[in-house]
Design a protein around this ligand. Structure first.
Ligand SMILES: Nc1nc2c(ncn2[C@@H]2O[C@H](COP(=O)(O)OP(=O)(O)OP(=O)(O)O)[C@@H](O)[C@H]2O)c(=O)[nH]1
Ligand SMILES: [Mg+2]
Length: 195
């Protein structure tokens, strides 16, 4: 009997390993930040950023981060009138990719308020956040250190977070962002959603 149970446990364990881990990642940020462009840069080989079509609903894509880890990425439209719907996507989220346009200094306060609102949600308690300082291919993009300061990121003390420069145009930092997210999730005490 003991042996049967032992064998059974081993089979179950190996099945879980083979299936790997799946995580639900939510991409948020105000309109024009580059969420959809980054989503496709992450999931579509040879993707080239195109004309601006603001997202009215959502896009969802799967990406393989490592042999065992897959992310389901949800990109939700960021126009102000759509933001009240974001909360419908919060439940079961394992990680937040918060995207901002590093060239748009005029909207930084809006970006700051938007991020703070998201992080207040009880559904997103303890959920790690990677802030993507996007459009770093532009010469006038704000430096990471300036963004840390202006967005008062040091005041985020209730979860793991980091900021990563990206460009959906060149692809710079895009892969790193996914790896960093995986690392933050691993470090967080929160259990992963079973995929
Ligand atoms: N040069 C450059 N352009 C970018 C980058 N990321 C996005 N863009 C452009 O910025 C515009 C807005 O990008 P989107 O990906 O549509 O932005 P979004 O965050 O999905 O916007 P909503 O769907 O309205 O919430 C598009 O014209 C993109 O081509 C980038 O890293 N570099
Ligand atoms: Mg979009």
């Amino acid at each position: 009997m003991g042996n049967v149970q032992y064998t059974l446990n081993k089979v179950v364990a190996s099945n879980i390993l083979r299936r790997g881990k799946k995580a639900r990642i939510l991409m948020l940020g105000i309109d024009g930040a580059g969420k959809t462009s980054l989503l496709f840069k992450m999931s579509v080989p040879d993707y080239v950023v195109g004309s601006a079509i603001s997202t009215l609903g959502f896009n969802v894509e799967k990406v393989k981060v490592t042999r065992n880890v897959r992310f389901t990425l949800w990109d939700v439209g960021g126009q102000e009138k759509l933001r009240p719907f974001w909360k419908n996507y919060f439940e079961n989220t394992d990680g937040i990719l918060f995207v901002l346009d590093s060239t748009n200094e005029a909207r930084l306060l809006e970006v700051k308020n938007t991020l703070e609102n998201i992080l207040r949600s009880p559904y997103l308690k303890d959920v790690p956040v990677v802030i993507l300082a996007n459009k770093q291919d532009f010469a006038d993009a704000l430096d990471i250190s300036v963004l840390v300061d202006r967005l008062e990121l040091a005041s985020i003390k209730d979860r793991r977070w980091l900021i990563q420069g990206t460009s959906a145009f060149t692809g710079a930092g895009v892969w790193e962002a996914l790896k960093q997210m995986k690392r933050l999730m691993k470090e967080s005490s929160r259990p992963w959603r079973r995929g």
